[in-house]
Design a protein around this ligand. Structure first.
Ligand SMILES: Nc1ncnc2c1ncn2[C@@H]1O[C@H](COP(=O)(O)OP(=O)(O)OP(=O)(O)O)[C@@H](O)[C@H]1O
Ligand SMILES: [Mg+2]
Length: 278
């Protein structure tokens, strides 16, 4: 379980996080959604002990992140935003080093590496040098590496950034499957549909402040069911309706150019923050 209380982080003059309070339950898949610079990576770095907090308290399964020891580090698996694999080493060697850092014995290491490579569908890539893998394979390898020491909580910082739609869906399936194995998942994303598809609950983060925390379903429903985008001279206006017929009646008596679509999480984010995520 993740418990964040009154968390603040300041970098010199920048307030990156401002009084963040949050609880993520065991087994939950929680998404932190926000635009560039919102404070998503800062939060993950603090939770995983890579960056020090300025004030507040963060507990991971009863361990305070400010006093990291091997036991508290074992609780977390991290897939960072940028690829930090050793490009000159093979897939197996990258995983093997990680297992040794976590003091896994050889027999267990070898067994788990094979198991996880099969899990991310890279069982035949053991000897391939990382520099020769595709972007999607590198991301999957980072997920395998984060899971190698059997963490209770998996942190994923923008797990599908820069990937095509097919690979993104593959990674989504992998993340869901990981949750089904009982692992708590905390991910950040600025892809609306990623949060909408994956998360049990989502927090909207805007310039270091949590704006709202709820399930994607509740957030979407709070806006109505149908969204009508009206094309303006230099912008777009969106009007919300609960009933499709109502929306069509609205269009019928006007000459403007409209697009009718279902409400999504972006509408909710826009309504609460006044800005788009991307
Ligand atoms: N090491 C640092 N030193 C100074 N400022 C930093 C540092 N790291 C982050 N910041 C600032 O803190 C704020 C939050 O950054 P952060 O990287 O957490 O955002 P993010 O939500 O992950 O953004 P992105 O979507 O671009 O990854 C930004 O204003 C950023 O410039
Ligand atoms: Mg980031």
């Amino acid at each position: 379980m993740i418990k964040i209380e009154n968390l603040c982080k300041t970098y010199k003059t920048i307030q990156a996080l401002n009084d963040v309070n949050l609880q993520v339950n065991k087994g939950e898949l929680f998404a932190f959604l926000g635009p560039n610079g919102a404070g998503k990576t800062t939060t993950i770095r603090i939770l995983t002990g890579l960056t020090r907090l300025s004030s507040g308290r963060v507990m991971l399964n009863g361990f305070n992140v400010e006093n990291p020891g091997i036991e508290s580090r074992r609780q977390c698996g991290l897939v960072p935003q940028s690829i930090n694999l050793d490009q000159e080493l093979s897939v197996f060697e990258n995983l093997n080093i990680h297992g040794r850092l976590f003091r896994m014995n050889k027999q267990k290491r070898i067994r788990k590496i094979q198991e996880l490579l099969d899990y991310v569908e890279m069982g035949d890539r053991k000897k391939t040098l990382v520099k020769n893998l595709s972007g999607g394979m590198k991301r999957r390898l980072m997920i395998a590496r984060a899971l190698l020491h059997s963490p209770a909580i998996l942190f994923l910082d923008e797990p599908t950034v820069g990937l095509d739609a097919g690979m993104r869906r593959k990674i989504w399936a992998l993340i869901k499957k990981t949750q089904q194995h009982g692992i708590t998942i905390f991910l950040t994303t600025h892809y609306i549909e990623e949060a909408e598809f994956l998360a049990d609950r989502v927090a909207f983060l805007d310039r270091g402040n949590i704006v709202v925390v709820d399930s994607p379903g509740n957030l979407i429903n709070s806006q109505g069911t149908w969204a009508l985008d009206r094309l303006m001279e230099d912008d777009m206006e969106t009007i919300y309706f609960n009933d499709r017929k109502e929306a069509n009646n609205y269009i019928a008596i006007r000459k403007d150019s409209f697009t009718l679509r279902r409400v999504n999480l972006e509408d909710s984010f826009l309504a609460l923050t006044g800005k788009k995520v991307k």
